[in-house]
Design a protein around this ligand. Structure first.
Ligand code: NOS
Length: 322
């Protein structure tokens, strides 16, 4: 029997409670091999994202996985960042005051690590991007062949034909660095965008959390501790009975593409004005008579539907079986 090699993935992350969940699910997924974490601002500042990434790997007993620290500023060197500590707690991990990690990030920057790995394993690496897209955009600037060399980029970002979660126009990861997002979407890489139009269908309920709490799984137990802040944010902000599994859904779309369906088209990102961060997919159903900002740009995949019960089940199973 032919044994299929696990898919090599690099998770670009801003941990973050749902990031922690996605990282743990990835470590429990035999279909993939996590070859590195790269860090970015978003849910927390980049320095704290690095600290949390190292901490999560220590919790998992996987300090063999390198962490490369990413950018502290946007692709246009912007320093006024929007940090979602009100979603994840001031420490990004549910205000638990975890001790500082013992480990350190590698010397290489996130962008340099991404470029190096894509060159080492051309066409073989999947980047799962769970935060603003600055590091990926930097990688395309550092190495013009990056878009060609990287296997796939599965990114959590955008709100396709629905309201955003920062404001009615914009989703948080795209809003974090719209210029970088537009560069990545038009880079020519094989991209699958998973937006909140899809992830808002994937809800972990109170009953699911109680089931996690009753299990002996190491990751399930850890997550139950940090999930409180995430649940109370959702109770205040939405009328959903539970929390959205944004990052785990994007991760599982990379692990098992049959969990989602997608459409194809050209995505551009609004980079200024009141709709800064808006993602617009041109679905190619109309042949426009004139040249538009979408003309002659590379096509990407955008997720349309998700098997939400299957995603929730997989997340639960893998966290409980740890
Ligand atoms: O309401 C929100 N504002 C800002 N960020 C959010 C909100 N809800 C979730 N996230 C975070 O942003 C990504 C999804 O857009 C997820 O990583 C999630 O943790």
């Amino acid at each position: 029997m032919a044994v299929t090699e696990p898919k090599k993935i690099i998770i670009d992350t801003d941990p973050g409670i749902d990031d922690a969940m996605a990282i743990f699910v990835a470590l429990q997924s035999p279909e993939v091999e996590v070859i590195g974490l790269t860090t970015i601002y978003g849910n927390v500042y980049t320095t704290l994202a690095t600290r949390n990434a190292l901490h999560l790997l220590e919790v998992a007993g996987r300090t063999d996985i390198p962490v490369a620290e990413g950018s502290h500023v946007t692709i246009t060197k912007g320093t006024k960042l929007r940090i979602a500590d009100f979603v994840h707690g001031a420490d990004g991990l549910g205000n638990q005051n975890f001790p500082p990690p013992k480990g350190k990030p590698i010397e290489q920057s996130a962008a340099a690590f991404l470029v190096e790995q894509a060159n080492l394993y051309p066409g073989k690496i999947t980047v799962v991007a769970l935060g603003p897209l600055t590091n990926i955009a930097l990688a395309t600037q550092l190495e013009p062949a990056f878009a060609k060399n990287i296997g796939q980029i599965v990114l959590l970002g955008g709100a396709f034909a629905v309201n955003g979660n920062v404001n009615p126009a914009a989703e948080a990861n795209i809003f974090g660095d719209p210029d970088a997002a537009d560069m990545v979407f038009t880079s020519g890489a094989d991209i699958l965008g998973v937006g909140i139009n899809v992830t808002h269908q994937v809800v972990l309920t109170d009953a699911d959390r109680e089931k996690l709490a009753r299990s002996n799984g190491k990751f399930a137990q850890y997550l139950c501790k940090i999930l409180d802040v995430y649940f109370s944010y959702h109770r205040d902000a939405y009328s959903t009975k539970g929390v959205y599994l944004h990052d785990p859904t994007a991760l599982l779309a990379a692990v098992n593409p049959s969990l989602i369906t997608y459409t194809e088209g050209v995505v551009r990102v609004q980079t200024n004005g009141i709709t800064r961060g808006l993602t617009i997919l041109y679905n190619k159903q109309k042949r426009f008579g004139e040249v538009t900002e979408w003309s002659d740009k590379p096509t990407v995949k955008v997720a349309v539907t998700v098997d939400a019960p299957a995603v929730v089940n997989l997340v639960m199973e893998r966290l409980m079986d740890s």
